[in-house]
Design a binder for this molecule. Sequence first.
Ligand code: R5P
Length: 315
Amino acid sequence: MSEVRHFKVASGRSNIALAKKVVEHQGIHLSEVTIRNFSDGEIWVKYEENIRGVDLFLIQSTNAPADNLLELLILIDAAKRASVRRVTAVIPYFGYARQDRKDQPRVSVTAKLEANLLTRAGADRIITIDLHSSQIQGFFDIPLDHLYASPVLLKALKMLNLETIAIAAPDVGGVKTARSYAKRMDAELILVDKRRPTHNVAEIMNIIGSPKDKNIIVVDDLIDTGTTFVKCAEALMDGGAKKIIGLCVHPVFSGEALDKIEKSKAIEKIFVTDTIPLHRESKKIEVISVAELLSEAIFRTHDNRSISSLFEIER
Ligand code: R5P
């Protein structure tokens, strides 16, 4: 007799395309939920099927607008009031994560605030991908599974069969991630020393390492305005790099980011994932789906199986 799993997957409206792909991999349908807005924007949700006693997985990225986060909180609240057994918030992109410490007086730590809100709303556990900083896990007192998109991005990169590769971190905060990619690719590590005089402005101070005659893979957790990425690519090209390819998990792409990337002669191509839907297609951007990764993480969470073995990389 084939195994019957008693879990359901529902989704908010931030990334329906990804949620549909996740359940396609699982051979099930998304649970039916009606989500509407009153004329002033207030969000209203209703589960259209019985979820009493169910192990429920709710997929919703918390990218802007903040309504995405609020919608997730309301979905969790409605699920708890409908007597689910357990609710797991599956947050492919955990927004508001860049404010993860009190680095100046009188500022908020929004990553902690979001953790508090999710827990208070009734989330029993969290599944997320490439947090802006891994210590955000500690902001939760409920279990959190931190997934990495690196296996799917590296698989796509390997298809390019590039030689003489170096991996670049676009700032000091990205060194740990870049080092782990460099180790897996047997490649040299380059550090681009970026400073931020103010929000959304980036200045490149220095390049540590040698980009000359190399195909450089710039890895970053997110691209927002695109300033960091474009400046970093230009500095590496000025340093003699042959080609710049990007690997970026979360395509936030606010404002003119896509135009900036398209106009930049230094950037050949950027692989991103579908944790956030793109506003439009671009010839320089290739989207690699994390749907299978999430689908497997949901299966394993439901079955109480190991999640860490998902990150064993093929070399
Ligand atoms: C910084 O810590 C992040 O990893 C990204 O490099 C940064 O947030 C990207 O922002 P933008 O695209 O606006 O330069």
